[in-house]
Design a protein. Structure first.
Length: 110
């Protein structure tokens, strides 16, 4: 049994060696990793350390980290791994277009 709580930690990076899509200038990556830590501060510290190790000459860590406590010690299909909330004036289609489905995603779903 895992004694420490688990956290999902999201860090954001900018890649300079990847080619942007369309007329865009940069490629950004939102990367979520699993962390074992006793509290939020320790999870943030570990995530920042890992992000700095992940970054290299072509990948810049943008000093942004957000952690989410995984309250379930046993992860199963359907377990919530990450959640983030944002206030916005956008209607649903506009919100998705502005933040998640811009047409410039480097993903399997696009």
């Amino acid at each position: 049994m895992i004694k420490e709580p688990l956290y999902a930690a999201k860090c954001i990076f900018r890649h300079s060696q990847l080619k942007p899509l369309g007329d865009k200038k940069y490629v950004y990556e939102e990367r979520i990793i699993l962390i074992k830590a006793d509290n939020d501060d320790e999870a943030i510290s570990q995530a920042e350390k890992e992000a700095k190790e992940y970054a290299d000459d072509g990948t810049k860590y943008l000093e942004f980290v957000d952690v989410f406590n995984l309250y379930h010690y046993i992860l199963t299909p359907g377990s919530e791994l990450y959640s983030s909330m944002r206030s916005s004036d956008c209607e649903p289609d506009d919100y998705l277009s502005k933040y998640y489905d811009t047409g410039y995603e480097h993903s399997r779903g696009s």
